[in-house]
Design a protein around this ligand. Structure first.
Ligand code: UD1
Length: 430
């Protein structure tokens, strides 16, 4: 199994190309099931989660082709992928496929809307809390679906004439349930109004693509989304938006290691709150014409408190990385996680590098230390694993991160992107 070896101490200098967002690519790919026409997505990142979803969509009858000639974009390869689901050959998403990635549960929306039924295994995914599916079930029920859970599967059936537009207000903000209800409502009879909807940029990107396919969605990016159902959707061509989590991760890596790096093909407006926290920690951040420049020269890292929140708040997917940065701050910071329980598995691994962190409920108190020392550590989930890489960049000596398949789910060519900026990071295959 591959491991990542980091020798800390080098500053980062250069350009890092930012990939298309995993969390946008996944729902966009799933949206292709809503039409018998071809959906073409540009800037699709090459990640284990994307490959897994390609297998899942293939199981439902999607014909998928990846552009043989990869489009060169800086040093990253942004792929163009074509999805055509002429016929849905199966409305069942089996446990063996869904258990590997939670987002694959989201096929329930398009399958139900287009075929009138879906049988989808309850999901797996990162071990960061219980992550139930009650909001999906309540929301789809509000559109007229009958739902029962049987043998680990969610069986959903639409009324004879198809789903019916309705009103649903989420009791809690959920990105995935917003994606699913928005997709399902595009083909419902009548108008759907979703209240307390997720405002994440990936929701806006999905709405933009669905509208290009002929859907009538408005209000995306606010907490009330209105979807007027249409009879059918057509194909479209859409470019996946930049990955704000990858952007924030590399910004924190530069803030940690020091240096001067341009993050290319990304937008600061996708992550204002996180960039503000990094700025307060002592890095200088400015816009370039195609991205963001981040500099930390000489100055130490200042302690900053953060609380994770739905967009536009500080993203939970950057919490672990920010904690990595705070381990070297000059004082005490508090990091509070409000989205997921049990999303602190990186704490004990960071401690192996010499970090001083104590947990009380959902808040971590991080007492900055003047030096971290490399050690063998274990990746526990996707975002936690990259916080160990960030810490490793500033640790003395060698840090060896095992279980890097977590990283491969969400970070495209991480070691290459960091190495090109002068970091000492390599993949070791046993
Ligand atoms: C998505 C992102 C993930 C990110 C998360 C929060 C993708 C592929 N994944 O995950 O990276 O960390 O948003 O920004 O886009 N919940 C319920 N019942 C439900 C659904 C969710 O209680 O039916 C809870 C969850 O347990 C969690 C909270 O709602 O506590 C938010 O989860 P949600 O926004 O749904 O996360 P995902 O869409 O799975």
């Amino acid at each position: 199994m591959d491991r990542i070896r980091i020798v800390g101490g080098n500053e980062l200098h250069g350009v890092i190309p930012i990939s298309g967002a995993k969390n946008a690519a996944l729902p966009l790919m799933i949206a292709s099931l809503l039409t018998d026409d071809t959906l073409t997505l540009e800037n699709v990142p090459h990640l284990a989660d994307v490959e897994q979803l390609i297998r899942i969509l293939g199981n439902h009858g999607a014909d998928i082709s990846v552009n043989g000639r990869r489009e060169r974009q800086g040093e990253s390869y942004a792929r163009t992928v074509h999805f055509t689901s002429r016929n849905i050959v199966s409305t069942t998403a089996p446990y063996e496929l869904v258990s590997k990635m939670r987002a694959s549960f989201w096929v329930i929306g398009p399958l139900l809307a287009r075929e009138g039924r879906a049988r989808v295994s309850l999901p797996g995914g990162c071990a960061i809390g219980t992550r139930p599916v009650d909001l999906f079930i309540e929301g789809l029920t509000a559109l007229g679906a009958s739902i029962e859970i049987d043998g680990g599967y969610v069986n959903a059936t639409a009324p004879a004439g198809g789903l019916i537009g309705g009103r649903y207000t989420f009791p809690k903000v959920s990105v995935g349930a917003t994606h699913v209800l928005m997709m399902a409502a595009t083909l419902a009879n009548g108008t759907t109004v979703l209240g307390n909807a997720a405002r994440e940029p990936e929701v806006v990107d999905l709405a933009k693509c669905l509208n290009a396919m002929g859907a009538k969605i408005s209000g995306q990016g606010t907490s009330t989304i209105t979807i007027e159902g249409v009879r059918s959707l057509s194909g479209a061509r859409h470019r996946v938006l930049p990955d704000r989590i990858e952007t924030g991760t590399y910004a924190m890596a530069v803030a940690m290691a020091g240096g001067d790096v341009i993050l290319e093909d990304t937008e600061a407006s996708l992550l204002d709150t996180a960039l503000e926290a990094i700025r307060r920690a002592g890095a200088e951040i400015s816009d370039t014409n195609n991205g963001i420049r981040i500099v930390r020269n000489g100055a130490g890292i200042r302690p900053v408190d953060i609380v994770t929140d739905p967009f536009p708040g500080f993203p939970t997917d950057l919490q672990a990385q920010f904690m990595g940065l705070m381990t070297r701050s000059s004082g005490v910071s508090h990091i509070t996680e409000t989205i997921f329980e049990n999303r602190f598995m990186h704490v004990q691994e960071l401690a192996r590098l010499g970090a001083k962190i104590s947990l009380t409920g959902q808040t971590a108190k991080v007492e900055g230390v003047s030096r971290l020392k490399g050690a063998p550590v274990m990746a526990t989930d996707l975002r936690a694993s990259v916080s160990l890489v960030i810490a490793g960049l500033a640790a003395e000596g060698e840090t060896m991160v095992s279980r890097v398949y977590h990283l491969d789910r969400g970070f495209e060519r991480l070691e290459e992107k960091l190495t090109r900026c002068g970091a000492h990071v390599e993949r070791v295959s046993d």
